[in-house]
Design a protein around this ligand. Structure first.
Ligand code: GLY
Ligand code: MN
Ligand code: MN
Length: 463
């Protein structure tokens, strides 16, 4: 946890951004895995963590804007809890540790909410993404699940996003720690990437690193020879010579800040000539994307510029044809990269996505596109100093998509289907790093850069 003044300052700043009423920020509860007392690894709600800093289940933070007070609702451990789980600080002690003046048992929250509503004051809450958080809000407010979604506070949502999306120096430091764990995960995977080794063995080893050095993985590890499936969580394969292994993986450090990196490497450590051609193009798109990041430009423009570079290269390699600008405007390159260039990252690996992807990644100046491919861009708006975003281009040959587009003659003036058809078993590749937008440009986060060029990868894997 940060120093308590950090949380006091954040709550005060939030108070100054929301006009009146009270703000309720529920933390998370334990979530059962296969029976009630066998739970998933506990993960606190990130907004609760941001404002209240406490990594304990079943707490609710309340910020009273009008009275200028904060309080924490939660239950002290009973003797039974202590027998099974050990001693815990009291809720009052926990509250004091993050500069919160008062603490009450959870059962008293209902009276606070009903008194607030009865006195005509507004109760602000965020859109819940867990059923038990929604159920709590339904009970407290006496409204349906649909009404909870409808009445989530837009004013609070925008205020929270405006704060969480600009990372402070102490937050960047934590993200850097998560990136260092990511470095160890990715370089371990590279060293293990030999013919005959199972994907499961490598995935287990890298997830072990995340658990042993931080709070575990920041999302389910994607580790596969079938990288053309974008979020492939299957680890049943055994590595084969001549194929590529894609690993998209990250860690949370102990304060739950995330990293998110992807590397695609050849099994055995040497790219085939065809893999090298396509991967070199991907690296040039990646580097171009990163170099284009700076404050004041939209990430949509960076995405489109990276797509243009990709379309140029795909044309040189004979997969695309025609005018490159027209092809990108038509979205033809999305056959090979049907996703966006990146997303914000912080306490959530897709930062704040639970508050609404479009609220987080777009604003009144930058509207989300409906076009296939571009529609999947999670972050489109103007970059500002303190944003942390991923840059993660990919080139994929997705057999079902290739078949569909060819059958339906989609963008046939820009795609060389005869040549593309021969790539149906090639797979896919992606490369991804985490980037801080600085005063004048950008900085790739992580003290040690995970090898990513053809030469760096072959050199590292050949040692
Ligand atoms: N970790 C999934 C992604 O890169 O967005
Ligand atoms: Mn990723
Ligand atoms: Mn990502």
């Amino acid at each position: 946890m940060f120093d308590k003044d950090v949380y006091v300052e954040r709550r005060n700043r939030l108070r100054s951004k929301v006009k009146s009423g009270i703000i309720i920020l529920p933390g998370n509860s334990e979530a059962p895995y296969n029976y009630p007392s066998n739970t998933y690894r506990f993960r606190q709600d990130s907004t609760f963590l941001y404002y209240f800093g406490l990594n304990h289940a079943d707490m609710v933070g309340v910020i009273d804007i009008d009275a200028d007070t904060d309080c924490l609702y939660g239950n002290d451990y009973s003797i039974d809890d202590i027998i099974w789980m050990g001693n815990q600080p009291t809720v009052s002690e926990l509250a004091a540790s993050v500069g919160v003046g008062s603490a009450y048992p959870l059962r008293e929250l209902a009276a606070l909410v009903s008194n607030t509503v009865a006195s005509g004051r507004k109760v602000h809450f965020l859109t819940p993404y867990r059923a038990d958080t929604s159920a709590l809000l339904e009970r407290l407010l006496g409204i349906s699940r649909e009404a909870v979604l409808l009445y989530a506070s837009r004013e609070l949502t925008e205020a929270v996003i405006s704060m969480r999306e600009i990372k402070s120096a102490e937050e960047i430091e934590e993200i850097e720690k998560a990136c260092e764990i990511g470095y160890q995960m990715h370089t371990t995977a590279m060293r293990m990437c030999h013919e005959g080794v199972s994907e499961r063995e490598i995935a287990g080893a890298v997830e072990g690193i995340a658990l042993s050095r931080g709070a575990g993985v920041s999302f389910h590890t994607i580790l596969t020879q079938n990288g053309q499936t974008l979020h492939n969580h299957n680890h049943d394969g055994v590595l084969e010579k001549g194929r590529l292994m894609l690993m998209d993986a990250g860690a949370e450090n102990v304060l739950n800040y995330c990293s998110d990196n992807t590397r695609t490497v050849p099994v055995g450590g040497v790219f085939t000539p065809l893999q090298k051609d396509i991967y070199s193009l991907l690296v040039s798109v990646f580097e171009h994307g990163i170099e284009s990041i700076k404050p004041g430009v939209t990430y949509m423009s960076v995405h489109l510029s990276a797509c243009r570079r990709m379309a140029e290269g795909l044309k040189e390699l004979g997969f695309m044809k025609g005018d490159v600008d027209e092809a990108v405007a038509a979205g033809a390159h999305a056959l090979f990269m049907p996703h966006g260039l990146g997303h914000q990252m912080g306490l959530d690996v897709h930062d704040m996505e639970g508050l609404g992807e479009t609220f987080v990644g777009y604003d009144s100046q930058t509207e989300r596109s409906q076009q296939f491919g571009l529609a999947s861009l999670r972050m489109g708006k103007t970059l500002r100093k303190g944003h942390v975003i991923t840059c993660e281009p990919g080139i994929y040959f997705i057999p079902a998509l290739l078949d569909k587009w060819e059958r339906e003659h989609i963008n046939s003036s820009f795609i060389n289907y005869d040549k593309v058809r021969s790539m149906a078993t090639f797979g896919g590749m992606r490369v991804e790093d985490d980037i801080l937008v600085t005063e004048t440009g950008r900085r790739v986060l992580g003290g040690r850069r995970i090898p990513y060029t053809v030469e760096q990868i072959e050199d590292y894997m050949g040692r």
